[in-house]
Each structure stands twice: as structure tokens, then as C-alpha cells.
Design a protein around this ligand. Structure first.
Ligand SMILES: Cc1ncc(COP(=O)(O)O)c(C=O)c1O
Length: 365
């Protein structure tokens, strides 16, 4: 066998990010939208793609999409302008770009666990240290402990996720404000708002050119465009200037730019889709309650729950497998740290949710 150069020592032991994609009828495991974007969107994208100059590089500055996003968020905060918006291939790439610029050896980020696993994963891949603070038993953050730890450890980036994946819970505004004030002398606060439109408030209302606050968003969930890989952030200009140093030239292809620009013309349809999912979320939570299943009240498009059988025993893994056997895939969190026995269901269509709830009731009976 020829010589195989070893990877970086710190990557050698690092497990990858895994989310099984099984071929089943009902896929409720990755928090996608159960509905595609409207037909009008698909036709408009197809028309514009047909007229594309394929031999030319895309707009390197992503100017049109960024200015449309700034206008879109004008209602959240009047001061948000085109230079406050940075767009990349999914919010994962947005997060990665932040850590390419601010992470690295000798630096650390701070997360509140359990939370979105990619925050820690991207940090480790970029050679950045990870400080994990435990959430309380009910998955809320203990504000005093949080502020003390941040002040003591002085991470370069503190991550909040609101609504938080996988718990679905929203961080209170007072906590986000207090964390921002605490990091101000030494670091950045990133609020990951991948699921913001499902919740009641957004940290975008705290935007300030002088505040070290970054809010990240995605087109993958509420905009029903996971296939396009499009995400963005809103931050002060002095932050975005640095991100543009770290990102590759022409990183965002022309088709993705067209898809994002066009999506914003279908905002009302997005809001109606979100309203339908919020209604379905209520139905799921009500039925879980009737079944006596422990769950965490969600302000997102998924619900974390811990099934237990009538005899009282909890084996999330066994319930997950029995759901798969019935053609229903949910996220199996049962062996994740701090989530013993838990599963997470993405809110699907009315039919998909009913199929899940009926199957769960039969399994637990
Ligand atoms: C909290 C959170 N942030 C970011 C992402 C990544 O989304 P994207 O598809 O934009 O990369 C996800 C995806 O599940 C998520 O749950």
C-alpha cells in the first residue's frame, strides 16, 4: 500500500456529523419543510436560470441578494443595510466562515449543551477549542452561571441557538442582552436563528453597528429550500469585512443567488406555510400530552420528546426502530449526551404527523 499522509492530529480522532438518510415513506428527521416552495417560485427560478450567462463567474459580492435581504429585514431593524448582510452556502458555511475568521488554535468558543452539534463540530475542525456549559435539567440556561463562565473563560465566540436545536426552546431576550453585554469587551455573540420565523422574537431587533452581535439565518427551513444550500447572517459592517477575507472568491454560485432573490418575492407564501406548521405543531404537542409522553414545548418546526411505554420503561432507541419499521423516520437523539431516551420529530404534513402519532400510540400501548 502506498504511503497515506496522516491528517492533522486534532482531526484524526474527530468523528464526523451523522444523520442517517433512510429510504422510508415518512421522513421527519432533518427539520425540512414538508411542502416545497410554490410553483410560481419554481417557474420564476427556471426562467431566470434559462437566461443565465453560464460562461461568466457569478456576482462575487452577491450584491442583489444581499440588498434584497437587507430590505426584507428593514422591518426588524431600520439600520440593517446591504453591508450588514453576508450570504453563503447554507448557514453551516456562514458559521464556518465566522470560525475561519475568529477561531483557530489558542482560541475557544462557548456553547450551551445540548445544542446544535455543528457549532462544536465546526469549531473543532477549525482548530478552535470548545467550552461546553450545561443547560439546567429543564434545558433552560442558568443566567448567573452562564455570565460567570463567559466572563471567566472569555471565549472569542459565544453561541446561542434560538430556538434551540434540539430542544425547540427560545432564549429570553433579557438573557441574550445580558450575554451580549458580557462578551462585549472580548468576544462575539452568535445567535443561530435557523428557526426564527417559528418563534416569537428575534435578536435582529438588537442589531447595532457597535454591538459584537451576529444573527444567522437559513433558507433551508421556513423558506422550504434545503436543496439550495443558502444561509446568511446580519452583523455590523466591521465583522462582514473580515468574513470576506476568509471566504473563497465566487463562493456562492449564480443559481443559488437567483433562488434566494426569487424566494424573497414569495414571502407571504412562506408566512402562510409557517402558520400551517405552527398549527400542526400544536396538534402534535397536544396528542403527545394525551399519550402521557414527556415533551419540551417547542417554538420551532420540531418537537423533542421522551417516549415511555405503559409499563414505564424508556427505550428511545427501541421506539425509534419500531417507528422505522412502520416507515417513519424521526431523529434518534436517545444516545446523545444529556438526551437519554429522547427522539425529535420534525413537524410534517397533516397526514405525516397523523401517521407518526398513530404509530407512536400503537408502539407505546
Ligand atoms: C440550529 C441550526 N443551525 C444551522 C443549521 C444548518 O442549516 P443550513 O441548511 O442552512 O446549513 C441547522 C440545520 O439543521 C440548524 O438546526
Amino acid at each position: 500500500m502506498s504511503f497515506r499522509p496522516p491528517v492533522r492530529d486534532d482531526l484524526a480522532e474527530l468523528p464526523g456529523y451523522h444523520s442517517p438518510q433512510l429510504d422510508v415513506d415518512v421522513r421527519l428527521n432533518t427539520n425540512e419543510s414538508p411542502e416545497p416552495p410554490p410553483a410560481g417560485f419554481q417557474q420564476a427560478v427556471a426562467d431566470r436560470v434559462a437566461a443565465l450567462d453560464w460562461h461568466r463567474y457569478p456576482d462575487r459580492g452577491v450584491r442583489e441578494l444581499r440588498s434584497r435581504l437587507a430590505a426584507h429585514h428593514g422591518g426588524d431593524h431600520a439600520a440593517i443595510g446591504v453591508d450588514n448582510v453576508f450570504v453563503a452556502n447554507g448557514s453551516n458555511e456562514v458559521l464556518q466562515t465566522i470560525l475561519l475568521a475568529w477561531g483557530g488554535p489558542g482560541r475557544s468558543i462557548l456553547t450551551f449543551e445540548p445544542t446544535y452539534a455543528m457549532h462544536g463540530q465546526i469549531a473543532r475542525v477549525t482548530g478552535t477549542g470548545v467550552i461546553e456549559v450545561e443547560r439546567q435539567h429543564d434545558f433552560t440556561i442558568d443566567a448567573d452561571q452562564a455570565l460567570d463562565t463567559i466572563a471567566r473563560e472569555q471565549p472569542i465566540v459565544t453561541f446561542l441557538c434560538s430556538p434551540n436545536n434540539p430542544t425547540g426552546m427560545v432564549e429570553p431576550r433579557e438573557l441574550v442582552e445580558a450575554v451580549l453585554e458580557t462578551v462585549r469587551p472580548f468576544g462575539l455573540l452568535v445567535v443561530d436563528e435557523a428557526y426564527a420565523q417559528f418563534s416569537t422574537w428575534s435578536a435582529l431587533s438588537m442589531f447595532d453597528e457597535d454591538a459584537p452581535l451576529i444573527v444567522t439565518r437559513t433558507f433551508s427551513k421556513t423558506w422550504a429550500m434545503a436543496a439550495a444550500r443558502l444561509g446568511y447572517l446580519v452583523a455590523p459592517e466591521w465583522i462582514n469585512e473580515r468574513l470576506n477575507t476568509a471566504i473563497l472568491p465566487y463562493h456562492l454560485d449564480a443559481v443559488s443567488q437567483i433562488a434566494g432573490e426569487t424566494a424573497l418575492e414569495f414571502e407571504d407564501e412562506m408566512a402562510a406555510r409557517v402558520a400551517r406548521l405552527v398549527e400542526q405543531r400544536g396538534i402534535i404537542q397536544a396528542r403527545l400530552g394525551e399519550l402521557g409522553v414527556e415533551f419540551w414545548p417547542s417554538q420551532s418546526n420540531f418537537v423533542l420528546f421522551r417516549p415511555s411505554t405503559n409499563s414505564g420503561s424508556t427505550d428511545g432507541n427501541a421506539v425509534w426502530q419500531q417507528l422505522v419499521d412502520r416507515g417513519i423516520l424521526v431523529r434518534n437523539c436517545s444516545t446523545w449526551p444529556r438526551l437519554d431516551g429522547c427522539l425529535r420529530i420534525t413537524v410534517g404534513s397533516a397526514d405525516e404527523n397523523a401517521a407518526f402519532l398513530d404509530a407512536l400510540a400503537a408502539i407505546l400501548d
